[in-house]
Design a protein around this ligand. Structure first.
Ligand code: AMP
Length: 283
C-alpha cells in the first residue's frame, strides 16, 4: 500500500492504474478505522482494480462547538488496518492541500440538508460533507465510491449531489456494521466510558422496538415512535431527534406504509451517536 499526501500524487497513482485497465474504487473516511470502514474497503476490493481510501478529518463539516480537535487520530494504526483490508493507496492529505489559502467555494444540497442532522448539527455540516466529497471525487475521479448506510442522510445527500452535478461516479451504500451487542460501530464510540457504552445499546434496541411495533401491525408514526422512545427513556436518553421519514426525500411520514427511514441521534455521555433503520410494513 502506498501512502500519498498530495493531489498530484493521488492523480498519478490513479492514472497509472487506469492505464493498466483498472477501475477505481474510493472509500472516503475520517480515519479512526473500525470494521464499518473496513467493510466498505472489502466491497470496493471486490469490484475494483484499484482501491483508494482517503483519510481526512474534514474541518468544514464540524460545527464550532463540535469535536474537531478531540476527534481520534492514529494514522499508523489506520494505515495498518487499511493495508490488511486491501487498500492500495491511502490518500492522507494535510488540511492545506484540501483547503489552500483563499479557498472560497462551498457546495450546498438544498432541502435534504435542513432536517435530521442538518437541523441538529446545523446546515454547515452537510455543506462541509458535500464540498469535501465533491473535491475528493475531483481529485481521485473514482468509478465507484463507497459509503455507510449508518449515515443514511449523508448517502442521500451524496446521491443527490452526484445526480445534480452529473458526476460520473456510482455511489454504493453498504450496510451498517454493529458490535455484537448491536451498537453501530463509530469512531466516536471511543469517547464512551463503560457506563455510557452500556446505555448506548439503547439506540439499536429502540430501533428494534419500533420494528417490532410495525411487525405487529401498529404502523402509525405516534405508536412506532412511542415504542422507540420508551426504550431510550428507560436508558435515560433524550434524543436530539427520533423521526420517521421517507427514505427517498426525507419527507416526514405519518404512517409506515412502504419502506420508511427511522433515524435517531442522541448524546450519550460524552458522545453524539446516530443510528437508523429502514422499517417495512408487513405485506
Ligand atoms: P467516517 O470516518 O465516520 O466519516 O465514516 C467513513 C465512512 O464509513 C462513511 O461512509 C460512513 O457512513 C461509514 N461508516 C461509519 N460507520 C459505519 C458502520 N458502523 N457501518 C458501515 N459503515 C460505516
Amino acid at each position: 500500500m502506498r501512502i500519498v499526501r498530495t493531489v498530484a500524487d493521488v492523480r498519478a497513482a490513479v492514472r497509472d492504474a487506469r492505464s493498466r485497465g483498472a477501475s477505481i474504487g474510493l472509500v472516503p473516511t475520517m480515519g479512526a478505522l473500525h470494521d464499518g470502514h473496513l467493510s466498505l474497503v472489502r466491497a470496493a476490493r471486490a469490484a475494483n482494480g484499484l482501491v483508494v481510501m482517503s483519510l481526512f478529518v474534514n474541518p468544514t463539516q464540524f460545527g464550532p462547538n463540535e469535536d474537531l480537535a478531540a476527534y481520534p487520530r492514529d494514522e499508523e494504526r489506520d494505515a495498518r488496518l487499511a493495508e490488511d483490508a486491501g487498500v492500495d493507496v491511502l490518500f492522507a492529505p494535510p488540511v492545506a492541500e484540501v483547503y489552500p489559502q483563499g479557498f472560497a467555494t462551498s457546495i450546498h444540497v438544498a432541502g435534504l440538508t435542513d432536517v435530521l442532522d442538518g437541523a441538529s448539527r446545523g446546515a454547515g455540516h452537510f455543506d462541509g460533507v458535500a464540498t469535501v466529497v465533491t473535491k475528493l471525487f475531483q481529485m481521485v475521479a473514482p468509478d465507484d465510491a463507497y459509503f455507510g448506510q449508518k449515515d443514511a442522510q449523508q448517502v442521500l445527500v451524496i446521491r443527490r449531489l452526484v445526480r445534480d452535478l452529473d458526476m460520473p461516479v456510482t455511489v454504493v451504500a453498504c450496510p451498517t456494521v454493529r458490535e455484537p451487542d448491536g451498537l453501530a460501530m463509530s469512531s466516536r464510540n471511543v469517547y464512551l466510558d463503560p457506563e455510557s457504552r452500556e446505555r448506548a445499546t439503547a439506540l439499536n434496541r429502540a430501533l428494534d422496538a419500533a420494528e417490532r411495533e410495525v411487525a405487529e401491525g401498529r404502523t402509525d408514526a405516534a405508536a412506532v415512535l412511542a415504542a422507540a422512545s420508551a426504550v431510550l427513556g428507560a436508558a435515560g436518553i433524550e434524543p436530539e431527534y427520533l423521526e420517521l421519514r421517507s427514505p427517498d426525500d426525507l419527507r416526514e411520514v405519518a404512517r409506515v406504509a412502504g419502506p420508511t427511514l427511522l433515524a435517531v441521534a442522541a448524546r450519550v455521555g460524552p458522545a453524539r451517536l446516530i443510528d437508523n433503520r429502514i422499517l417495512e410494513a408487513a405485506p
